[in-house]
Design a protein around this ligand. Structure first.
Ligand code: PMT
Length: 410
């Protein structure tokens, strides 16, 4: 087994959900990749898994209480919090997530979270309705703002019989997210400060007549999440937005457009002043050959045939710039043959990277809060699991920056 987590000190917090039974496997997977793992098990966690099991797999005593003098004598809670360089809470129940979002410290787990400088990860696990609840969503958004990395949850059948988002990600998926983070970490000193990025987002609308248009289901959420994350990281962000009701993220320069032709103009100008360009917009491939000046009237004909012509391919024009060409990243929204079609677009549009986006799953992609993509670039590919678009945006940007630095030899 490759020692991808060698020298990593991982503190695993296990709270009280049925998924706690997977925590022993998670400890084993982390340990076999070279990590030293210590476990904090909450009172409710002990209803689902015993300290003895977790001690056996981790090879270390398991901490269960803030008020246990013998445990405190061995390794006090502050020492434990300082010991870790990675802190994962898996499963993270709705209750623990709520407490963390409030900054509470009423047990060993929450106290250690407040006292640590480790990178924080949570793998939410709960009933799908609890996960959908606005309070939980707000709490997760708060943790996201507080730089927690959110892994999952996954969708599927739940222990209670419900079906939906809320299952804890599988241990191997959690390990993959940690490995990706660790692999990217050596470059994390490379910063977005001073880097200009242009991002397209949302749909375009192609007018048929003064009152009708052709468009698609893009909400703009993915592109806006990328813009918000890039601005938070210190980049100089221009967001070219198709029609959407979303508010402009803090620190972002926004240019509103309606049609693909307008987006094309705005994107070419912004791209030439940017080091990086991300085309996240769902651009209409065709527009009306002629837009009717007046509202089309219904006729007695059973059919209406509209003549359409091809729109410019915005991202291909950006990638073809002979001067001031930015590092160019596209998206490929596909319902089937995801990777093959995405690779074909990477090559035909001459992009530096593409985010293959499976839009056949109604739980992700168009107009959803969640998304999952596989990043593909000429020398490799990497799957980023389903998660909130805000969290996914951070991961995408981390890998975009890495590849950009490699290509630009910065
Ligand atoms: O907006 P959301 O509701 O959050 O949904 C997000 C999303 C699903 C729209 C987004 O994640 C996504 O996948 N965006 C790309 C959608 C798309 O149109 O994909 P495509 O495979 O048709 O296009 C491939 C690439 O070419 C894209 O980068 C697209 O922006 C670009 N393109 C396409 C046509 C065109 N005329 N000009 C372009 O630049």
């Amino acid at each position: 087994m490759q020692q991808t987590l060698a020298n990593k000190r991982i503190l695993l917090g296990v709270s009280g959900g049925i998924a706690a039974y997977k925590s022993a496997d998670l400890v084993r997977r982390l340990s076999e990749r070279g990590a030293e793992v210590r476990v904090i098990l909450t009172d409710s966690g002990q209803h689902f898994i015993t300290p003895l099991t977790l001690q056996a797999v981790s090879g270390n005593p398991v901490s269960t209480s803030l008020l246990d003098p013998s445990a405190e004598a061995a390794m006090g809670h502050i020492e434990l919090a300082k010991w870790a360089n990675i802190f994962i809470i898996a499963p993270a129940t709705a209750n623990v997530i709520a407490k963390l979002a409030q900054g509470m410290a009423d047990d060993l787990l929450t106290t250690c979270v407040l006292a640590t400088t480790a990178e924080l990860f949570i793998a939410p696990a709960m009933n799908q309705q609890m996960y959908k609840n606005i309070a939980t969503q707000k709490n997760i958004a708060t943790l996201n703002e507080h730089n927690f990395h959110i892994i999952g949850p996954a969708a599927g059948e739940q222990a209670c019989g419900d079906v939906g988002l809320g299952r804890m990600e599988e241990p191997l998926q959690i390990v993959a997210a940690i490995e990706q983070f660790v692999a990217a970490k050596p470059d994390s000193h490379l910063s977005w400060q001073g880097i200009s990025i242009a991002i397209t987002a949302g749909p375009t609308r192609e007018a048929i007549d003064p009152v009708r248009y052709i468009s698609n289901h893009s909400s703009g959420k993915m592109g806006f999440a990328l813009a918000a994350a890039a601005a938070q990281l210190g980049a100089d962000v221009t967001l070219i937005a198709g029609p959407t009701l979303l508010t402009t993220p803090a620190g972002v320069k926004r240019i509103d457009v309606i049609s693909a032709e307008q987006m094309h103009q705005a994107a070419l100008t912004a791209a030439q002043n940017s080091a990086i360009f991300i085309g996240c917009a769902a651009v209409a491939d065709y527009r009306m050959a002629e837009v009717a000046a007046e509202k089309l009237k219904k006729t007695s004909d059973a059919e209406l045939i509209l003549k359409m012509v091809k729109n410019p391919d915005i991202i291909a024009s950006v990638a073809a710039l002979s001067q001031h060409r930015p590092f160019t990243v596209g998206f490929a929204a596909e319902t089937h043959n995801l990777i093959d079609y995405a690779k074909a677009k990477l090559s035909s549009k001459k992009l530096d990277m593409i985010c293959a986006n499976d839009v056949s799953d109604p739980n992700q992609g168009f107009n959803s809060e969640h998304n999952a993509v596989t990043l593909i670039w000429p020398q490799g590919q990497l799957a980023l699991p389903a998660q909130a678009k805000s969290a996914l945006a951070q991961q995408i940007l981390q890998h975009v920056l890495q590849q950009f630095q490699l290509v630009a030899k910065i």
